[in-house]
Ligand binder design. Structure first.
Ligand SMILES: [Fe+2]
Ligand SMILES: [Fe+2]
Length: 200
């Protein structure tokens, strides 16, 4: 899995303005990153509660949840070592906006949820890669290790989405969500978050 596939998949690169914003908010970035890892584990667990009839999905999501929790532990270890207080930080608009168009009937709900999962993992991977050169050695090494897992999570989610859709081709739906995602990444946002747009 190369990041080339991720770049081809996503409709836009992370704007430089977001990278500059991240560099001005190193503490907020780590706090929100910790939140993202925790939420990624939660999303996988929710799928495990809702769809118990698919062993492949259960197995993949269980492994993914464990991996995200491991990432969470790694982030909070860095925060603790750096004396960063874990304070409450609200969620960005990104995931909420991405989930709004998720259809409410099955199996469309599952297909859409998995597509959104794939896109969020792909963007996380792309951002870790883009940020890495601007970070200190420890974070750079950490983020480069993370982008490999996120690329694998992207593939897992996409494969599960295709499987859940059965005969139905998912490409049109994937493109729909990718367009929405690119608009969130490229437009102005009030607050800096790991998945925010550019400064408004
Ligand atoms: Fe992760
Ligand atoms: Fe992930």
């Amino acid at each position: 899995m190369s990041t080339e596939a991720i770049h081809q998949f996503l409709h836009c690169h992370t704007p430089d303005a977001w990278v500059e914003w991240a560099c001005r908010e190193p503490e907020l970035m780590l706090i929100d990153h910790a939140n993202c890892e925790k939420k990624a584990a939660g999303t996988a667990l929710n799928l495990m509660y809702r769809y118990i009839d698919d062993f492949e999905l259960l197995n993949k999501m269980s492994r993914l949840a464990r991996e995200e929790l491991r990432h969470f532990e790694q982030v909070i270890a860095i925060m603790e070592a750096r004396g960063i207080e874990y304070r409450p930080v609200s969620a960005s608009r990104y995931a909420a906006e991405m989930r709004k168009p998720v259809r409410t009937f099955e199996p469309a709900r599952l297909v859409d949820t998995l597509i959104v999962g794939a896109i969020i993992e792909a963007r996380s991977c792309e951002r870790f890669e883009k940020l890495a050169p601007f970070l200190d050695d420890e974070l750079q090494k950490f983020y480069r290790s993370l982008l490999k897992s996120e690329a694998r999570h992207f593939e897992d989610y996409l494969k599960l989405a295709q499987k859940a859709a059965g005969e139905e081709a998912i490409n049109a739906r994937v493109q729909f969500f990718l367009e929405l995602e690119a608009s969130l990444v490229e437009s102005g946002d009030d607050d800096f978050r790991f998945h925010s747009g550019v400064p408004a």
